[in-house]
Design a protein around this ligand. Structure first.
Ligand SMILES: [Cu+2]
Length: 122
């Protein structure tokens, strides 16, 4: 009986350390794949705006970006260790499009093609 108990204990310890290693492995895997997806408001008008907005967030590190002119919403997916909503939203404002949080500089807005000069609500 004693030897059986010892045998079971050894098995348990081996099993435990094996699963602990597996968990550590999974954890590192999760870290690299923890992409974040968020939506926020971005003002714009046309397809040119769509291209401009999506291009700048991708250049800023977003893995995917989709802006909808009807809803005025952008949906971005990004790696939170590389960028964040605030940085992306700041970048969008810097090319002429107002966001929830940042207003585009007036001179940049004024230089947008006529079709892109969306109505400013703020
Ligand atoms: Cu436009």
């Amino acid at each position: 009986m004693k030897t059986l108990n010892l045998f079971l204990t050894v098995l348990f310890v081996i099993g435990f350390s094996a699963s602990a290693t597996a968990q550590a492995h999974d954890h590192s895997k999760m870290n690299t794949a923890s992409a974040k997806t968020e939506s926020f408001k971005v003002s714009g008008n046309c397809d040119m705006c769509k291209n401009r907005i999506e291009k700048i967030v991708k250049a800023e590190g977003a893995t995917s970006a989709s802006w909808d002119s009807k809803t005025q919403l952008i949906t971005v997916t990004y790696d939170p260790s590389k960028t964040n909503k605030d940085a992306l939203s700041k970048k969008i404002a810097s090319v002429g499009h107002d966001t929830e949080k940042y207003k585009a500089p007036d001179d940049v807005y004024a230089k947008l093609p006529e079709c892109c000069r969306y109505e400013r609500t703020r």
